[in-house]
Write a protein that binds this ligand. Sequence first.
Ligand code: NO5
Ligand code: CA
Ligand code: CA
Ligand code: ZN
Length: 417
Amino acid sequence: MLSLIAAASAFAVAAALSGTAGAAEPSPSEGSQRYVVTGPKTAAQRSQVASTGAAIDAVRGGAVEVSAIPSEVRAIKRFGFTVRRAPAEPAPGPSASAASYHTFAEMQQEVDSVTAAYPQITRKFVVGKSYEGRDIIGIKISDNVGTDENEPEVLVIANIHARERLTAEQALDYLGQLTKGYGTDSTVTNLVNNREIYLMPMVNPDGQVYDMTSDTQPGRSWRKNRQPNPTSTGTDLNRNFAYKWGCCNGSSTSGASETYRGTGPESATETKVIANFVRSRKVNGKQQLKMFLDIHSYSELVLWPFGFTYNDTVPGALDADQEAAHRKIGQEMAAINGFRPEQSSDLYITDGTTDDWTWGDQRIFSYTFELGGNSFYPPPSAIEREIARSRGALLKLTDYADCPYRAIGKQDQYCAA
Ligand code: NO5
Ligand code: CA
Ligand code: CA
Ligand code: ZN
């Protein structure tokens, strides 16, 4: 925490030194720019910032980092907060090539080579196509991988926000852990034998490719998908899911906004692909997926539903035991990776997010991680260190799929066979 505060104040000093002009980098997405907002201290104040449509990229120390279009900047100032341009992302050194992060093609090659090396326990599949026609890749990991066994299922997705590049690395690392550890590490072996794990390392491939195809290193700072909208480009896939869509000032109706929610729930191609996959895991009316994780970056958080409301519980949608189990597992994972565990709305109000839908509509115990790295583009030298922090937390999440209520000692009540 101390180092975070130190980093935040270093950030503030750098911002002050860099002045206002010419500090714009990475070249942001059509209209939106990155800013540091000071003043918001509480969730309610951060929600005011989010209600303008600005994307809150990180909350560090006393400052809130946002990506915002001009109208959103004016609205943030009207709330009485101070807004200044964010300093440039450090450009990677000449030796630190972009190859340190997997491109979309390299991700596919990696998945192909791992699935070829471990055919007994891995299987690649195409979940569906992106708006621009790219494959959204999924990997199933389990013993007897070709058979749909009666084992608790887990879904982990990453890179729904294009620029959050560490997240795909975490997902690929998880694939590596599960395969390399099979037969050598007893925890991993038991999980592969007794779970069916579905992994989607890059669910927003169009955005990812656009973000990486950039003259200005390290990237374009692109967040959304690449689907045209009425006034601009891109839908925020993490505001486009079909539970309490657009309900609560947690997304934007403006096409240029980073949190543009789309024309309707699941209006974005990639949202539909992910949601259709989740629905397809209902067998005889029973959802097989028991645990869901959506990996983002970079505020070092473990979040659980709901994001649309400050209330801890919601009648008919999240009762006290469900809330307590979410909280307990969230705390256990956070104890491993060192992140802060909290309900999603403790950060700020959002609506139409992945995890609000996977819980609210599908009753899958659901989490969002915000990895560390202090940037959308941590230097390649930081990748291994940052990913290592959450390895154990991913195993913990996978383990709890047998009965999340086990976390609060209520497995007999809820999970008796
Ligand atoms: C997420 C939160 C739901 C964690 C979001 O900075 S992020 O965009 N990754 N934060 O606002 O969608
Ligand atoms: Ca199996
Ligand atoms: Ca199954
Ligand atoms: Zn994100």
